[in-house]
Design a protein around this ligand. Structure first.
Ligand SMILES: [Zn+2]
Length: 476
């Protein structure tokens, strides 16, 4: 019906056709890409129509201090999160069409009053050009591979340790190894900072490591053998739980734990993409607000990852094993994780590819600061942001309507309120009746069944899931 490569190529082509605004500068800037793809079976079920309904790019995440009380800033601009938010925007418009009697590609009337369900033969899948950051990115390396996601500052300790390793390595390996942590300019700058103290630590670490593992880096006749090592993630363990041992090789990270994204030197409250995808795999990707209108959650039937470092077991651990024991979910919710697949096609704006095209005259390689959101809606499908606000707005305009991204919390909320206003009273879902609902927080809390499922998931699998201050959700 469809292959991972067909999906990857559909998404890359879609990206290529978008205007230049917000795209990385070839050979110097890199980015990540993710997309939500709508699959529609033909009436004879022999073919399937594939359509990108939301696409996102982005690599950044803002720190806690930049978060806004007005819901008008994008806290998390990793491609996966941008793509999902665009997906919610798309679903909101499709529901709006459905409740106003226009044809919808997605929804048909459901069983309960005011409830809608996804049409038979319609499903969604998620594409991401790279292994999601966080738990799914932690797995043993196999020879020379790039990191699945940028190891960022959190890898600094590991970096100095790796410099230590490198000094003992044969110079010919320098060219071919391209081992973890050696791939980004950020890392190179942290290399320069590494002092002697770091190196001593490294060597001690190596001795320990050699006692535990059969491969020694110091034996001159095993030049071509790399010590066992892990791909790393820049996302740090959430507070109050297990921490990373940060030991060399396979003992660097803890696995199966919740992680927060690194920001620019500042702590963020945003969970890693692995964690968020896992949450969507249990609660659906539609979010709390739209669940008012839906008979059940909308799941991704598959997650397809583009070419690059990938490990099926790590994906399974992150997205299935961590919550496979969860019981007592409300009816309609399940813990059936999506099918996990990898494509053999590479995103040409990823880090590895950008590095291969880079020339020294271009300056330092860096992650692209902009995030592109495109979704299949009738008005303003393209939304380009930087630092959580529309790209190009002046400092003075921050906080105004013009500065808001159309996929910010407040804008998605307002689209939802328009949907509510467009719904005839008799068709209004039970949970939206009554006038006491006012703020974003109120409307989310009123989605009782969704909240019940979230509570079960949190209690049984993710008790340490970080929750931002409630005050940040009281806008309307
Ligand atoms: Zn991420």
């Amino acid at each position: 019906m469809w292959s991972p490569d067909e999906i990857a190529s559909l998404c890359y082509n879609h990206f290529n056709k978008l205007p230049k605004r917000g795209k990385p500068e070839a050979g110097r800037e890199w980015t990540l890409l993710a997309a939500v793809v709508l699959l529609t079976d033909s009436s004879d079920q022999k073919t399937v129509q594939k359509q990108v309904v939301s696409l996102g790019t982005g690599t950044k995440c803002i720190g806690q201090s930049a978060m806004s009380m007005k819901g008008d800033i994008l806290n998390d601009s990793h491609a996966e999160v941008i793509a999902r938010r665009g997906g919610v925007r798309y679903l909101t418009e499709q529901l709006h069409r459905a409740v106003t009697g226009q044809s919808s590609d997605v929804f048909c009337p459901g069983a309960g009053k005011g409830k809608w369900t996804v049409k038979p033969g319609v499903s969604f899948l998620f594409f991401t050009s790279q292994t999601p950051c966080g738990d799914a990115s932690i797995f043993p390396t196999t020879g020379s591979q790039a990191q699945p996601c940028e190891p960022v500052k959190a890898a600094q300790n590991g970096e100095s340790e790796r410099r230590g390793l490198k000094r003992h390595a044969e110079s010919e390996l320098e060219e071919t190894r391209q081992g973890p942590g050696m791939k980004t300019s950020d890392n190179h700058s942290s290399c320069r900072k590494s002092g002697d103290a770091d190196e001593r630590e490294v060597i001690t670490g190596n001795k320990e490591h050699n006692q535990l593992n059969e491969v020694s880096y110091y034996q001159p006749d095993v030049k071509k053998v790399y010590p066992p090592d892990l791909h790393r993630t820049g996302a740090k363990c959430v507070p109050d739980g297990p921490t990373d041992p940060l030991k060399p090789g396979l003992l660097y990270h803890s696995v199966g734990v919740l992680r927060v994204k690194p920001g620019r030197g500042e702590r963020t409250l945003s969970l890693s993409c692995s964690d968020k995808l896992t949450r969507w795999a249990v609660l659906g990707f539609q979010g709390a607000l739209l669940s008012h209108y839906l008979q059940g959650p909308i799941y991704f039937s598959a997650v397809v990852v583009g070419k690059g470092p990938y490990n099926h077991q790590a994906m399974q651990r992150a997205m299935r094993t961590r919550c496979s024991h969860v019981r007592g979910l409300p009816s309609g919710f399940s813990i059936q994780a999506p099918e996990l697949l990898q494509a053999s096609l590479e995103f040409t704006h990823n880090h590895t590819h950008t590095e291969s095209k880079h020339t020294h005259t271009q300056g330092r390689i860096s992650p692209c600061g902009a995030a592109i959101s495109w979704c299949a809606v009738s008005q303003h499908p393209l939304d380009v942001t930087a630092n959580g606000y529309k790209q190009g707005v002046t400092k003075k305009a921050l906080g105004t309507l013009q500065a808001r991204s159309l996929i910010s919390k407040v804008e998605l909320f307002h689209s939802f309120l328009k949907l509510r206003a467009a719904t005839e009273d008799a068709q209004l879902p039970e949970t939206l009746r009554g006038n006491e609902l006012r703020t974003y927080w109120d409307y989310k809390q009123a989605a009782g069944v969704y909240q019940q499922a979230w509570t079960q998931l949190r209690l049984q699998a993710f008790p340490l899931w970080l929750r931002g201050p409630r005050e940040l959700l009281r806008f309307h």
